[in-house]
Design a protein around this ligand. Structure first.
Ligand SMILES: C[S@@+](CC[C@H](N)C(=O)[O-])C[C@H]1O[C@@H](n2cnc3c(N)ncnc32)[C@H](O)[C@@H]1O
Length: 262
């Protein structure tokens, strides 16, 4: 085989993708930081402290409407406060975008959240944490029907096999007219221009490598069809590329964000 033939064998076989996957996972391990538990996730890093990742603008744009939401709870409305339920809050990377006097309910299966929140509550003094529920979003039956003005869920659906159940729960707990704010990384949506990324996402997910190393995270999902079919009265959503330059996050660059109304 000459050099050109060798190169084309590497590209046409899956060997190149496997090599890239191994390099990528080693890098992820190298760069992993502290998290609420042993949760190792590219996405958690991608959302929190790394200077290479600039998601502030994306989140600011997504959450700007929170300040205009009006509560259905008369007592909260009088104070211009709202009640937000965040599902899978993780390290609280969204809290900075919540409006003053946010009444917060958190559902997260990670049992360390309450401790984490207590330790950081000075940073979150615009938030009153009403309740922390250690559970998955699919099983949050203890949150009453029609009880929250807004549900926020970011970078969670990638780990959930069947999103229908959690989306039904979100609709159940929202007040009529309440909003669901979402932001997820998704499967590459431009297969003409970014075929390599799409192939890598598929390979790393179907081989089980990404779910194994990243706590169940699938790199090749697109949640928009499920959100669209869940029964919201309106869905505004946009697929876009997150402003991420760093090489190790290229697989989570294609994203979906939006707001759905009950
Ligand atoms: C990648 S982190 C995202 C954290 C935060 N939402 C963010 O955007 O930075 C995923 C979070 O979802 C939580 N989680 C995983 N499975 C869940 C489920 N079935 N229901 C609710 N939360 C879940 C994890 O405990 C973790 O805190």
């Amino acid at each position: 085989m000459n050099t050109r033939e060798t190169m084309s064998w590497w590209v046409s076989s899956n060997a190149l993708y496997v090599m890239l996957a191994i390099v990528l996972l080693s890098l992820l391990n190298y760069f992993k930081g502290d998290s609420l538990s042993s949760w190792l996730s590219a996405i958690q890093l991608f959302n929190t402290t790394k200077p290479a990742v600039k998601l502030e603008e994306v989140k600011k744009q997504l959450f700007v409407g929170l300040g205009r939401e009006v509560s259905h709870d008369p007592m909260l409305r009088e104070r211009r406060a709202i009640r937000i339920l965040e599902i899978g809050a993780g390290t609280g990377s969204n809290f900075a975008y919540y409006p003053p006097d946010t009444h917060l309910v958190v559902v997260d299966p990670n049992p360390n959240f309450a401790k984490y929140f207590q330790a950081n509550k000075d940073k979150f003094d615009h938030i009153r944490c009403e309740r922390v529920i250690t559970s998955t979003g699919e099983r949050m039956d203890m949150v009453p029907d029609n009880s929250v003005d807004v549900v926020v869920m970011t970078q969670v659906l990638c780990t959930i096999g069947d999103p229908c159940k959690i989306l039904q729960q979100i609709i159940r707990v929202l007040v009529p007219g309440g909003k669901f704010y979402f932001f997820e990384h998704i499967r590459e949506f431009d297969s003409e221009r970014h075929r390599l990324r799409q192939k890598l996402q598929d390979l790393l997910t179907t081989s089980g490598i990404a779910p194994y190393f990243l706590e169940g995270c699938c790199l090749n999902k697109d949640m928009l069809p499920a959100i669209g079919a869940a029964g919201f009265s309106k869905v505004r959503a946009e697929r876009f590329y997150a402003p991420i330059d760093s090489f190790i996050y290229q697989l989570v660059k294609p994203c979906l964000k939006g707001i759905a109304e009950k």
